[in-house]
Design a protein around this ligand. Sequence first.
Ligand code: ATP
Length: 331
Amino acid sequence: MAEVILKDLSKSFGNDVGIADLSMTIPDGAFVVLLGPTGAGKTTTLRLISGLEKADAGEVWIGGRNVGSETPAQRDVAMVFQQYSLYPHLSVRDNLAFPLKSPILNTPADEIERKVAEVASVLQISHKLDNKATALSGGEMQRVSIGRALVRDPSIYLMDEPLSSLDAKLRTDLRVELKRIQANLGATLLYVTHDQIEAMTMATHVGVLNEGRLVQYGTPREIYENPNSLYVASRLGLPRINIVPADVFGGMPSGVTQIGMRPEHIQQGEGQEAEVQRVEHLGDQARLHLMLKGHAITTIADPHTTYTPGAHIKIAPKNPLCFDAEGVRIS
Ligand SMILES: Nc1ncnc2c1ncn2[C@@H]1O[C@H](COP(=O)(O)OP(=O)(O)OP(=O)(O)O)[C@@H](O)[C@H]1O
């Protein structure tokens, strides 16, 4: 596996900015998750690293090589797309074996068989190895396309929402497996997701993109606990962080115009009186949806809470994040 360095990378499509001056180091063995809303430039970043797209400016370094003039094959990256891309006329076994049969790798037959069996087992598709790729459900096809990447030992795995088409149970299983595989192999991974739990549990690093720019890069905990802007604070956390004008609670230092409160950072029993709008019982906890001076606020409560809609509850922020009028974090 390898370290990947992006230096001042830019790519536009006509008037649309794909990526702007993106610099980022993906350490060898890191699991880096890219977060950002649609159009932020996540897929473009993966395509620039893989060589499917050519940068307007800047450099991509993989394992100490500037790969600007290399083809995708020479770059030795394994990419998994959101939508499966299989060879329909081949069996699942042959689809999985295909990357290992390339003349560059020249893998011995017994090694191919071992790897295919191992990956099929991890992805829970061993019983489908002799099926035609087309005789599979959508979720199974996606597992085969993940498997086609995992049989290889590339410089970096590039994955674009690989689990988004799977059902919840399989998604949870594969999330754990992917993380285990990455940790065991020491694999380097760049991974795009909109899924909060995937980002928090799998990533060693999270990069937050906004309109093609990297606006913060750090561990998931740093991004969650110490976001540098309101934009970044809103990217991680479910339920989302509550943002209210500073004067709703008052007592904030000058210059603070908005405060951010994670649902778990709201003190109950003191402060301003809010009205309960809705209570969601989730089993291990309850979510309270409150209204305070026209602002919707979500917080969490004991799973056996007896609050019902219409009840009143006093709340106060506990260590809120403070932002200025532009959304820049000021404390
Ligand atoms: N082939 C293309 N032709 C024209 N514009 C493109 C092309 N690829 C990307 N773009 C534009 O570049 C910007 C970034 O797109 P990109 O696909 O990288 O975003 P993304 O963060 O991956 O979004 P999503 O979450 O929807 O996949 C968008 O404005 C998009 O319209």
